[in-house]
Ligand binder design. Structure first.
Ligand SMILES: Cc1ncc(COP(=O)(O)O)c(C=O)c1O
Length: 388
């Protein structure tokens, strides 16, 4: 019997090595990995550039406290600042920590301006911002909150797409609206560009902050560095994680000058966040991601994949209801529960992962080749053809 706490329905399969889009299992089989640690390994497994960066740094220095200046951290912050809306960056270790810090920064901004009661955050029901006590009650799904009451206060909610309810839920105590630009765990639901533009306008009108959670959809996954770039808007706060470390645990919060003005030494901190080893991974990921043509290739491959998946949906409408997503953040929304479908893909050596609303998520590495996408399409066609 395993000594691991029983919080996952784990598949009885283990891997001994990975390279690019493929995983090699202890059972001798080779799998096409379209999970990639759930949108984490953006450069695939065992990427040579990333390996070298971490190896070189590991020989020099792993960890020092944030009580000292960390040049590798300064470097990654500068890169993120150069390439995005952000003026300042705070580093952490995971997505939930980043979203929770985003909430803290929003509250602190109004506190520092003397608006101490302006501290509530408005979120979408059944979204996903992490597993800490605060973030489960921000996400507000029954699955994540059951058994974990009392409720952490400070969050209000509206349903995805319900613009009227959103406007109605804003009060003089609302500090921020926090949404995932593309809902990941919630079923790969893309917030349309016109809604994102509307959100920005609404936040400006009500003088509240806009937090866009790009933990899953950010760092190139959508075909742009941030998914909100399609809508040509600038949020105030953006938590990131997953892809930024390419497999090394990194979280971060990007903020503009306005939000940064609420923070001062002692208001927030992290023991591990932004240590030299983690930052070597983040810097390497940024180097690759901003090479000419990398992001446009993600977009092109994503469009090709989604287009071809729609052809499969047209052939098998009784199995696949809808193809959702942007770039290489893709969901197949099935007509019925997706468990059997995911297992059939696994039997055919393609790894995928579930999301809410009967969705099968396909998350290849961002440097996936067209040949590998075609292999996945072949397997998907075969599984649909023989699906009973
Ligand atoms: C949008 C979003 N926010 C936050 C999180 C939490 O990230 P982590 O699991 O690294 O704490 C996730 C994880 O899936 C996520 O998808």
């Amino acid at each position: 019997m395993s000594a691991i706490l029983n919080t996952y329905n784990r598949k009885k399969i283990s891997f001994k090595r990975g390279k690019g889009s493929f995983l090699y299992a202890t059972n001798g089989k080779k799998y096409l990995d379209f999970v990639q640690g759930i949108a984490v390994n953006c450069l695939g497994h065992s990427n040579d550039y990333l390996n070298r960066a971490i190896l070189n740094q590991s020989k020099k220095l792993w960890h020092v406290s944030n009580a000292f200046t960390i040049p590798e951290q300064e470097k990654l912050a500068r890169k993120l600042k150069q390439k995005t809306f952000a003026d300042f960056i705070f580093f952490q270790n995971s997505g939930a920590e980043a979203t929770e810090a985003a909430i803290k920064f929003a509250r602190r901004y109004f506190y520092s301006r003397g608006q101490k009661r302006k501290n509530r955050v408005l979120c979408i029901n059944n979204s996903f911002h992490g597993r800490t006590l605060a973030t489960i009650f921000a996400s507000n799904s029954k699955k994540a909150t059951e058994g974990f009451y009392p409720r952490v206060d400070g969050f209000d909610h509206f349903n995805f797409g319900d613009h009227k309810a959103l406007e109605k839920a804003i009060t003089n105590r609302t500090a921020a609206i926090m949404v995932e630009t593309i809902l990941g765990e919630g079923g790969i639901k893309v917030i349309p560009d016109f809604c994102l533009k509307g959100l920005r306008k609404l936040c400006n009108k009500k003088k509240i902050l806009l937090i866009l959670d790009e933990v899953q959809c950010g760092i190139g996954r959508s075909g742009k560095f941030f998914a909100f770039e399609y809508a040509k808007i600038k949020p105030d706060i953006v938590p990131i994680a997953k892809g930024i470390g390419g497999g090394f645990p990194i979280g971060a919060v990007l903020v503009n000058k306005k939000v940064a003005s609420g923070m001062k030494p002692g208001t927030h901190g992290s023991t591990f966040g932004g240590n030299p080893l983690a930052m070597s991974a983040g810097n390497a990921v940024m180097d690759v991601m901003f090479k000419k043509g990398f992001l446009s290739n993600v977009k092109k491959n994503g469009e090709y994949f989604i287009n071809e998946l729609n052809k499969i949906r047209e052939k098998y409408p009784k199995i696949i209801k809808e193809v959702r997503g942007k770039g290489l953040l893709i969901g197949l929304c099935l007509q019925k529960d997706q468990t059997k479908f995911i297992n059939k893909l696994l039997d055919n050596n393609l790894l995928s992962i579930r999301a809410a609303e009967n969705v099968v998520r396909l998350l290849p590495p961002l440097n996936v080749t067209k040949k590998e996408i075609n292999l996945a399409l072949k397997i998907l066609n075969k599984v649909c053809e023989n699906y009973r």
